[in-house]
Design a protein around this ligand. Structure first.
Ligand SMILES: Cc1cc2nc3c(=O)[nH]c(=O)nc-3n(C[C@H](O)[C@H](O)[C@H](O)COP(=O)(O)OP(=O)(O)OC[C@H]3O[C@@H](n4cnc5c(N)ncnc54)[C@H](O)[C@@H]3O)c2cc1C
Length: 440
């Protein structure tokens, strides 16, 4: 071990950042490695995808967040493997490949990616929502659909372009569907002349029998009623059979659509493969009650990419779990290096779950408290503001929300393709589209 022990943290999301901060006053060297330069507040990604917020309002440079923490440094790079025997992580950066970065303690907090449940061919036609690039690509798709429709003569193409399908009725699907409904019925409706955005169809699909399946049944029902009041068609109980350039097939019926968004499954990062250790069925690393990997007391896996049961049930993949585990791992390492007493095994304190369904309505479940409506919506807004990384973001998001609430105007409705033209490109139609004729 080095004279000053080195803690390498892979991932600057909720878990990794919480560990780094917990080690602020420890006699250790912290190296945080992330493949992006920013910490992302994923719970508000759907607001970037639906033009309420700009990307810069929900992401902060990790280097800036840790700027005042003298014992922490940040490396922009992608971890591709781990050598447990030599105790180093293998990192690729923009100009160097396979660079070993040695550690004394290692924290893996690499989160999840999309899972298409064995149908990876769906990805090309139904992008998921996980990163800022995903959110901007989806925003481009939604806004481009209206632009194409406005310039299109063929009413059949209007229908296909203005049909938006979301696959997966968990919190992300519900929040996206309701936000698209408000975008098209309020903001866009005023600005288009040749198509009527109010006629857009928004369809939310799930194979489960109810929306927001992790919430109590009463809250699921009120969320579904609210979605329907916003004009969202909710179709449950059937798995999607096909997704292609022309739309989706569900329960044998084809729904023609040029914009399909995947809000269904997630798969963990390859941390289990890097470590070559036991995983659960989803591929998440099975960890011990002190969050370490069996037979490797110096390696911890936390957050979405870890699997730990509490009271007979697996902990959910939510930000609170990742943050509490991050803090715990940091405290544990601190106690070790100062020869202090080891903390008790990790225990998750569940503060509750929330999902927002359009304007003025959210559902909130915390212990025996089940709330649906305006009060829950206020609580949702307050808590999300509180958890945003930096005070400048809190102020900027608050001002934007008030402005959007009062005027219906959105923060960012630009179609910008520099994040990934492949994903934003509309698939070509078989018949050439009819553009605005010259006599109109
Ligand atoms: C759209 C959406 C909405 C959500 N809404 C909510 C919500 O309302 N409430 C809630 O509690 N939770 C919500 N979640 C879940 C929550 O965001 C996650 O549970 C949480 O982010 C998990 O934290 P983490 O640290 O495990 O991973 P993440 O926060 O995902 O961080 C992982 C980090 O690791 C980095 N990384 C990954 N692989 C590598 C690699 N190979 N090399 C280097 N860096 C790497 C990534 O760039 C990322 O910065 C939502 C998630 C999404 C996608």
């Amino acid at each position: 071990m080095r004279e000053i022990p080195r803690v390498v943290i892979v991932g600057g999301g909720f878990g990794g950042l919480a560990t780094a901060k917990a080690l602020k006053h420890s006699p250790v060297e912290v190296i945080l490695i992330d493949r992006t330069n920013h910490h992302l507040f994923q719970p508000l990604l759907y607001q970037v995808a639906t033009s309420v917020l700009a990307p810069g309002q929900i992401g902060s440079p990790i280097r800036g967040i840790l700027g005042k923490q003298q014992n922490a440094s940040v490396i922009l790079g992608e971890v591709t493997g781990i050598d447990k025997d030599r105790r180093c992580v293998i990192v690729n950066s923009a100009d160097r490949a396979d660079v070993p970065v040695p550690y004394d303690y290692l924290i893996l907090a690499t989160g999840v990616t999309h899972s298409y449940f064995g149908h990876n061919e769906f990805e090309k036609f139904a992008p998921g929502l996980k990163t800022l690039a995903d959110a901007v690509a989806i925003r481009n798709r939604i806004l481009s659909a209206f632009e194409l429709a406005e310039a299109e003569e063929d009413p059949v193409r209007h229908r296909d372009l203005l049909t938006f399908v979301l696959v997966g009725a968990g919190p992300t699907g519900v929040e996206m569907a309701s936000a698209i409904a408000i975008l098209v019925r309020n903001t866009l409706a005023r600005e288009f002349r040749r198509v009527n955005p109010r006629t857009a169809r928004i369809i939310l699909l799930d194979m489960a029998p109810r929306v927001l399946g992790t919430f109590a049944e009463g809250l699921s029902e009120s969320a579904r009623d609210r979605l329907q009041a916003l004009g969202v068609e909710v179709r449950l109980g059937h798995a999607v059979e096909q997704i292609d350039a022309d739309g989706v097939v569900v329960a044998g019926e084809r729904i023609a659509s040029k914009t399909v968004i995947w809000t269904a499954g997630v798969a963990p990062s390859p941390a289990g493969k890097w470590l070559n250790v036991a995983t659960d069925r989803a591929g998440r690393v099975r960890i011990q009650p002190d969050l370490s990997v069996p037979r490797h007391a110096e390696i911890f896996v936390i957050g979405d990419t870890a699997s730990l049961d509490q009271d007979g049930k697996p902990l959910p993949g939510v930000a609170q779990v990742a943050m509490q585990q991050g803090r715990y791992a940091g405290d544990l390492i601190h106690q070790w290096v100062i020869d202090g007493p080891a903390p008790k095994p990790f225990r998750y304190f569940d503060k509750g779950n929330m999902a927002v369904v359009g304007k003025n309505f959210a559902v909130l479940q915390s212990g025996k408290i089940h709330l649906g409506g305006f009060v829950a919506w206020l609580a949702w807004a307050g808590i999300h503001l509180q958890f945003l990384g930096q005070s400048s973001l809190r102020l900027s998001v608050f001002v934007q929300w008030v402005w959007t609430y009062l005027t219906g105007q959105r923060g960012s409705r630009l179609i910008v393709n520099h994040y990934g033209p492949e994903r934003t490109k509309q698939e070509p139609t078989e018949a050439p589209a009819q553009l605005i004729s010259s006599n109109k």
